[in-house]
Design a protein around this ligand. Structure first.
Ligand SMILES: Nc1ncnc2c1ncn2[C@@H]1O[C@H](COP(=O)(O)OP(=O)(O)OP(=O)(O)O)[C@@H](O)[C@H]1O
Ligand SMILES: [Mg+2]
Length: 336
């Protein structure tokens, strides 16, 4: 639990959002660590709370009706949940770079990409515009944009999806942040471009000692990049541990189902239209009426009587292999 090797330590994070049907608890006591210089992958079905987790870390939740109800987000020794907006602004973009899931939220269509990178730099560093532009070109080169001296003056719509994504990564790393949070950074891209972006991230982590929290649906991508994996279901962490162990020996029936849902071919970079991929059978619970016991119980092949009524806690797996939230692992309360 949280020591010097951890750059980010999220504990007991509970978040509510306003919806048409009233206030909804979308994260329930979420916790995980991102060690320095490591890649942590966050996986789970659509709606499991991955983006809300990422946005909560830097407090970029929808302004109206959302709230962190409890929990701590320790980043480099500072609890981000306690900072003022002004203090947080100094950290966002400078110490924590963000690649948003929604591309429209990131690049402004009316400004040239270079000036958007320059702006990201000059927000935090007092350097002349000319020097910032030189750095913007260097950054574009660094993220693999060809002819960066020309592309620096392009508008976002003049670039392909893959190049725009590289520009967004350039913005995220412009101030050499210690942590980059990337929410589905490759899902809109073709397989070849996806692969290039994965290699780019890997290179950035290796050469700059950056930590990366990456959110993705695709286990193949996560397998390639991640040191650790965190699996979310219905607003909770249901399993986490070393990536290799989670992928090869998943401990939670949900993780098993999630991994089964990916065609083996998908692991070999073979193009598979997403619509053809089988999904985990059944539907995630309505967060207004989560099951009384285990949240996955109604869909679980291995459920037994108790699962409907007893809430499982995260149980430690042997040999430092992480934790899983399943009654099959016994129920001596470890962490909630
Ligand atoms: N702006 C919002 N207002 C109300 N509810 C929201 C809002 N954004 C997300 N939610 C709800 O919060 C829950 C978690 O959503 P989140 O976007 O974190 O899922 P996700 O795991 O990122 O899914 P995806 O893989 O589709 O991106 C969902 O139940 C979703 O309906
Ligand atoms: Mg999301």
């Amino acid at each position: 639990m949280g020591n010097d090797s951890e750059l980010l330590t999220v504990r007991d994070l509970t978040v509510k959002l306003a919806t048409d049907g009233g206030s909804l608890e979308v994260l329930s006591r979420v916790g995980f660590d991102v060690p320095r210089g490591k890649v942590v992958g966050l996986m789970g079905e659509s709606g499991s709370g991955k983006s809300i987790t990422a946005l909560s870390i830097v407090r970029l939740l929808p302004e109206i009706g959302s709230a962190i109800r409890s929990g701590t987000v320790m980043f480099d020794g500072v609890d981000l949940t306690k900072l003022s907006e002004r203090e947080l602004e100094k950290i966002r973009g400078k110490q924590i770079g963000f690649v948003f899931q929604d591309p429209l939220a990131s690049l402004n269509p009316v400004y040239r990409v270079g000036s958007q990178i320059v702006e990201a730099i000059r927000l935090h560093e007092h350097i002349p515009a000319k020097a910032a532009r030189v750095r913007a070109i260097e950054l574009l080169r660094r993220v693999g944009v060809p002819q960066p001296e020309e592309r620096v003056d392009a508008y976002p719509h003049e670039l392909s999806g893959g190049l725009r994504q590289r520009v967004m990564i350039a913005v995220a790393i412009a101030c050499s942040p210690a942590l980059v949070i990337a929410d589905e950074p490759t899902s809109a891209l073709d397989m070849v471009t996806q692969r290039q972006i994965v290699l780019l991230f890997r290179d950035l982590v290796r050469t700059q000692g950056m930590s990366l929290l990456i959110i993705a649906h695709d286990p193949a991508l996560l397998a390639e990049l991640s040191d650790e994996l965190v699996v979310m279901y219905a607003g909770q962490v249901v399993e986490h541990g070393p990536a290799k162990r989670v992928l090869e020996k998943p401990a939670h029936p949900y993780t098993m189902a999630l991994l089964r849902s990916v065609l083996p071919a998908d692991f070999g970079a073979v193009v598979q239209p997403r619509s053809l991929l089988p999904v985990v059978e059944g539907h995630p619970p309505d967060l207004r009426r989560v099951p009384l016991g285990c949240r996955f119980q109604p869909r679980c092949d291995s459920a037994f009587d108790d699962c409907a009524t007893r809430k499982p806690h995260l149980m430690k797996l042997p040999l430092d292999q992480g934790e899983a939230r399943c009654l099959l692992l016994g129920d001596k309360e470890s962490s909630p």
